[in-house]
Design a protein around this ligand. Structure first.
Ligand code: SIN
Ligand code: MN
Length: 273
């Protein structure tokens, strides 16, 4: 799947791209039920909120077939090869739960801020691809973006190790307020967007795009997979974090066939019947 000129321009201007219905209900149902099973396991890769609810499961693509197929899926890999003009590898893989009633905040940050400071990634030539496993609504802790903030470079940040169970390089309120003001379109709309959509929708966003998400106070879970792909020539140079958080295998991804996940979902459903 290649991005068209309108999509390339939209990404360059706004810093993100929304692709509704990228994966079918059948494909997403299999991923969702695998994610739920993973959250029940007692693995070191599954991090929990302070309440014990799952927060994020790292590296599921290394031990789970459905997520292995997703991490190599051409609908995700090809657009990034196109954007970076070279082969890509998996830098990180997370399934974020944002559990009903318990999913906590993700403070304002830039992903590349962490990859640069913690992992020694040379350039912001890596980005997150979010795959919605549940419906993301305005009410259940959606991702919030400050459009155009990817043009601000890598901003100063403080290392927040206290607010949540996950350490993050976060931005101060004055910086966020300034960027939001600059992003206001001038027609009364705010300088923050929260793309919402059905399960199977995909959001690709620049490594320097400033984003956050509020807590989920609703009974509706909001599971999102984040596949972080990095240009191979831009691989990380510091190994401070565990291998299952910041991967050290820089082998270019060999994409699977476009129907690989669909085939998996079919056999999975048959096995359950
Ligand atoms: C992230 O920014 O890495 C995660 C945000 C979220 O899942 O809400
Ligand atoms: Mn992030």
């Amino acid at each position: 799947m290649k991005l068209n000129l309108r999509q390339l321009k939209g990404f360059d201007d706004q810093g993100y791209l929304f692709l509704p219905s990228c994966f079918s209900d059948e494909e997403v149902a299999a991923l969702r039920s695998e994610a739920e099973a993973i959250y029940k396991t007692d693995r070191q890769e599954v991090w929990r909120e302070t309440t014990g609810a799952p927060r994020t499961a790292f590296a599921a693509h290394t031990y789970n077939e459905a997520f292995r197929l997703l991490s190599r899926h051409p609908r995700l890999v090809e657009p990034l090869r196109q954007l970076f003009g070279e082969e890509v590898y998996v830098h990180q893989f997370k399934i974020n739960a944002k559990a009903a009633f318990e999913g906590a905040v993700w403070q304002w940050h830039q992903d590349y801020g962490t990859w640069a400071r913690d992992d020694g990634m040379p350039e912001p030539r890596a980005m997150n691809i979010a795959v919605f496993l549940d419906e993301v609504m305005p009410i259940n802790g959606p991702l919030m973006f400050i459009p155009k903030s990817h043009k601000a470079g890598t901003l100063e940040a403080g290392h927040d190790t206290a607010t949540t169970s996950y350490p993050l390089w976060t931005l101060d309120n004055d910086t966020v307020a300034r960027l939001v003001r600059e992003a206001e379109p001038g027609d009364g709309r705010p300088g923050i967007v929260a793309p919402t959509g059905k399960p199977g929708s995909v959001l690709m966003f620049h490594g320097n795009l400033v984003h956050a998400s509020p807590p989920n106070m609703t009974p509706y879970p909001r599971k999102i997979v984040y596949l972080t792909l990095c240009a191979v020539s831009n691989h990380i140079t510091q190994f401070n974090r565990p291998e299952w958080i910041a991967h050290r295998d820089f082998t270019p991804i060999e994409p699977v066939a476009d129907d690989a996940l669909r085939q998996f979902a079919r056999s999975y459903r048959v096995a359950a019947e």
